[in-house]
Design a protein around this ligand. Structure first.
Ligand code: SF4
Length: 422
């Protein structure tokens, strides 16, 4: 790492962050990045010179050590320490990522700090203007090159790149698998299928389209174009999300094809980050229909794979209320298959989602605890249960109380599903 001092700011080029994702209660950065430290803010950049993190240097934010992070689709997320109390117990992480739009009822008390974000971004814009006026005559070549990348990537250019990202994947990632929290949602999405099997009535993130596979040619083109979008920073990624809502239903051959090509074309073997991960969603039917071959193949891949299944409830009346066209019996069978696969395959972890909400019946909550407590005779650390609040207008306190009740009796790790998009 090289450090250069200018009037009232310093530049650190090619800083080395952690090479494994980890859960810590202080700000941590991963892979390689560069940083400009000013009196007001710390600006951190990815390997393309695109701003990625902003941290306050003057203790104006709610808690020290919080930060703003920009996603590849050019959205800002505020990482709130939320007072630290209880955050880990609720979401399994020390920091709560909050978007500018409230998406997560359970976290509605810890909202995105819009004024903090506005001030930080306008300061960044002003700082870019200042950088453009700096004389580069005596600058080392490395600094000149870095500052050119930084000033070339102003906020308008980044916005345009965000739109290009959506064009390349031909869609929007309205929700990431909850398990991608393990890599701080730092996944490269490769869409292998659109739509979903059920188009459940209660779901607000569905596309409303029927399930359709993408062709191999479309997938390869997407992977190659994504490589261009992530450019030099691709070597800071080690995780892939096979989208969208039911990639498990794409079958063994297309999953193998997509995962293997992503691994090779993104050069994940040489990533700055160790322990590659693959994430996908599945459904009750795709889990029950999946052949043993599929799991054997996934288990041999160079990734540790998380498959998240939307089960929602094992109570027939609640499933009818949610307009989810699966039977409670199928949900129970898919839960049993999840437990079985988690025990037998070392590189696969299947997790499940259930809904929580004020208006739901006691039978619904009993159906969850019958599975999460009744199907295991001791605690098992593999296979998280995610409880997903139904809407944003419920009482946060009631939801939290219900969550704690279910968590306390569950014999599987149990957390709130934090909806994150990309
Ligand atoms: S809950 Fe899952 S299966 Fe149901 S509509 Fe939403 S994305 Fe589709």
């Amino acid at each position: 790492m090289e450090t250069y001092q200018y009037d009232d700011f310093s530049i650190n080029i090619n800083r080395r962050g952690a090479n494994r994702f980890t859960k810590v209660s202080y700000p941590i950065r991963y892979g390689r990045f560069s940083e400009i430290n000013t009196r007001d803010y710390i600006f951190q950049f990815n390997l393309n010179g695109e701003i990625k993190y902003i941290q306050d240097n003057k203790q104006r934010w709610q808690f020290p050590g919080e930060w703003l992070k920009r996603t590849v689709s050019d959205e800002w997320t505020y990482y709130s320490a939320a007072g630290y109390g209880g955050t880990y117990s609720f979401i399994g992480e020390y920091y709560l990522p909050c978007f500018s739009q409230p998406q997560n009822a359970i976290s509605s008390t810890y909202i995105f700090d819009q004024s903090a974000a506005d001030h930080a971004l306008s300061s960044f814009e002003k700082f870019l203007e200042k950088l453009k006026t700096l004389s580069s005559d005596k600058m080392p070549r490395e600094v000149k090159k870095f500052l050119k990348c930084v000033t070339d990537n102003d906020l308008d250019i980044l916005k345009r790149k965000g739109s290009e990202f959506h064009s390349v994947i031909n869609g929007r990632i309205t929700v990431l698998p909850p398990d991608s929290r393990h890599v701080d949602y730092e996944v490269i999405p490769v869409i292998v299928a659109d739509g979903c099997l059920y188009n459940c009535g209660f779901c607000s993130i569905k596309t409303g389209k029927d399930f359709v596979l993408r062709t191999r040619q479309e997938i390869i083109k997407q992977i190659k174009n994504l490589k261009k979008i992530y450019k030099d920073d691709i070597c800071n990624y080690n995780s892939v999300f096979l989208g969208m809502h039911d990639a498990l239903n794409a079958g063994r051959e297309l999953i193998e094809f997509s995962a293997e090509n992503a691994y090779q074309i993104f050069k994940i073997e040489h990533s700055n980050m160790k322990n590659p991960k693959l994430f996908l969603f599945g459904s009750v039917d795709s889990l029950l229909d999946a052949s043993e071959d599929l799991f054997e193949s996934i288990n041999k891949m160079p990734f540790y794979t998380y498959i998240n299944i939307g089960m929602e409830s094992a109570d027939p009346k609640t499933l009818a209320l949610l307009k989810k066209p699966v039977s409670a019996k199928k949900v129970e069978r898919s839960f049993d298959r999840m437990l079985d696969i988690n025990k037998r395959y070392g590189n696969i972890e299947i997790t499940a989602n259930f809904v929580i909400g004020e208006g739901l019946s006691g039978a619904h909550f009993d159906s969850i605890s019958n599975l999460t407590a009744g199907r295991l005779d001791h605690f098992f650390s593999k296979g998280c249960i995610y409880l997903s609040p139904l809407s944003c207008d419920r009482s946060t306190k009631d939801l939290q109380r219900k969550f704690v009740e279910l968590k306390n009796i569950s014999r599987l790790p149990t957390f709130v599903y934090l909806i994150q998009r990309l």
